[in-house]
Ligand binder design. Sequence first.
Ligand code: ADP
Ligand code: MG
Length: 696
Amino acid sequence: MSFFDTSIEFLKGVGPQRAALIQKELNIFTYGDLIQRYPFRYEDRTRFYSISEVNDEMPFVQIKGRITKMELIGEGFKKRLVGHFTDGQGTLELVWFQGINWTLEKIKPGIDYVVFGKPNRFGSKYSIAHPEIEPVTQKNQGPAFLQPVYSITEKLRARHVDSKFLSKLIKDVLQLAQPHIRETLPVTLLTKQRLISKKEALLHIHFPQSHESLAAAQQRLKFEELFYIQLRLLKLKLVRQEKFKGISFTDVTLLTDFYNNHLPFALTDAQKRVIKEIYADMKSGRQMNRLLQGDVGSGKTIVGFICMLVAIGGGTQAALMAPTEILAQQHYANLKKYADKMNFPIALLTGSVKKKDRRPIHESLENGSLKILIGTHALLEEGVRFHKLGLSIIDEQHRFGVAQRSKLWQKNTDIYPHVLVMTATPIPRTLAMTLYGDLEISSIDELPKGRKPIKTIHRFDSHRLQVNGFLKEQIHTGRQVYVVYPLIDESEKLDLKHLMDGYESISRAFPDIAISILHGKMKPDAKDYEMKRFAKGETKIMVATTVIEVGVDVPNASVMVIENAERFGLSQLHQLRGRVGRGADQSYCILMTDYKLGADSKLRIETMVRTNNGFEIAETDLKLRGPGDLMGTQQSGALDLLIADLGKDGPILEQARAEAREILDNDPELSNPAHQNIKKQIELSRKTVVNWSRIS
Ligand code: ADP
Ligand code: MG
């Protein structure tokens, strides 16, 4: 057991009870956990501001001055205590709404105080509500510093474990830890990247003396964190390439037949390029692990099918796994059209396929007569055994993690199938390098010709009559319309009520028009029935929750109305918009919002209106929300970063990956003595990082 595994219970001032509480509330068990719990922000005590410099963009300011007058203003719950505060040049107001009597007793006019807080502007005047306030002393006159602030819960605060307390514990542990802190990066790398040592970094991340020392500490720790993630991923890739042979497919007879006789349209240049990239992998004799990303509607399905032809032509089978039942059905319907032309048996296997219908699928799969199997997670079940699986396609839309991906390629025991991961939400580069850093990446960055870009429009709820008028017009020219409602309350009952209310008002506004409704609580048969009615054009409006996000493909539906659009994330809005624009007609996406919008919502809506480019949208989304909140990435584990931020630290990530690659290129086994720090670090973390070791 190392020093860093010591329980925090043994720290001065902690003890078993507090330790238990800290464990429960903050997930901090050991000295190591404590040291690695970095401050989430710092209060700038490095300088005093003069009141004339203050503006309301400043998060916190520290000002020296005195109170000229204390004044009670207002009645009842509006009652407040105002201290008129001046530094000799300007004035501002200190305001207390609570603890008025106590403050009146303690804080007196005429004494010099150091005041610290967030300035707010009212008209031309600034005020600070509930400031930290202390008489000027030797101590707060002293050297400048940045005060670390740690996340704390209410429960801890109630037990007097606050940010300052945590800071004190960390100071103590850091002192004890000095002889135990190991350098985790090669010294040559530190020099090359101009990084400070681990020891210094830990000290300055918790107790920075200046903005510069803090920046150096952050740089060093972020680099280290990203470096090790990339090193693991690249190593995983390396091991796989060496260990896992892939079936080498060279027979292109089927492919040629399809190209010459059945191709329903000319492929785009981007489609041709990615097919070449994928084919090169499938021919190489090494197992393919490739991510195919392309915007909604960019034509990934036919690319997938063409790759299946390569696998089938080589005497093997192909599988496609989708995240939802609806999506699996959709893929099945699309691929069946192509498969029928080539006379290949194809089947659909999902959770709702009855037992008696499964047997023939299982049998034909095992004897090899079934060539293509489409499905959901059901494909991963024990009973599903392929005769010889040559290609696994995973359509994941961020929903499967690394671990699940690997399950599908373990379906063959002797030689692993090639794996192609398709994703419809383009992923920003930094995220792709982290989530899929072990994969090669192909991108379809071009839409089929002749598509009219979708027009996206923002309307306030007060324009509803106009919008309805527009919908009527569209329906009269033969088009169909989606109206989508968000999940608002996280309570299914209430969400359903919102949807039903919407459905009712739409029914009233369009009395002579047939309307469908679709939501997650419906039985699969009922969903299917409604979807088919809409797809056939029997109903003109589809009122739905986000279940349609990954589902329906109805080329005639050319208008998408998104209600409460401010409640959706950017990627989700973009996904929803992708449901229209599939036919030859001009399509529209109408984003309905309340009149009042927060800054982030505004930016999301503006971004949607400005661009149809999924890559641009994904970048903005990442910046706005951070990677942890992007659709489905929470489960991935790869993104539980201690300090790095994939939205902001792209440049550091690029460098870290480049360095990791260079090191592995020259020394794949890390046997060079110069790399012993790395080797040791990997061995140590292997014990704790279950996620990764299980896969590699
Ligand atoms: P996605 O990438 O979203 O899965 P799809 O594969 O569903 O896109 O393709 C969207 C639509 O575009 C489908 O109707 C498909 O038949 C059509 N399509 C795909 N490629 C082309 C192309 N090269 N030319 C014309 N239409 C195409
Ligand atoms: Mg698709």
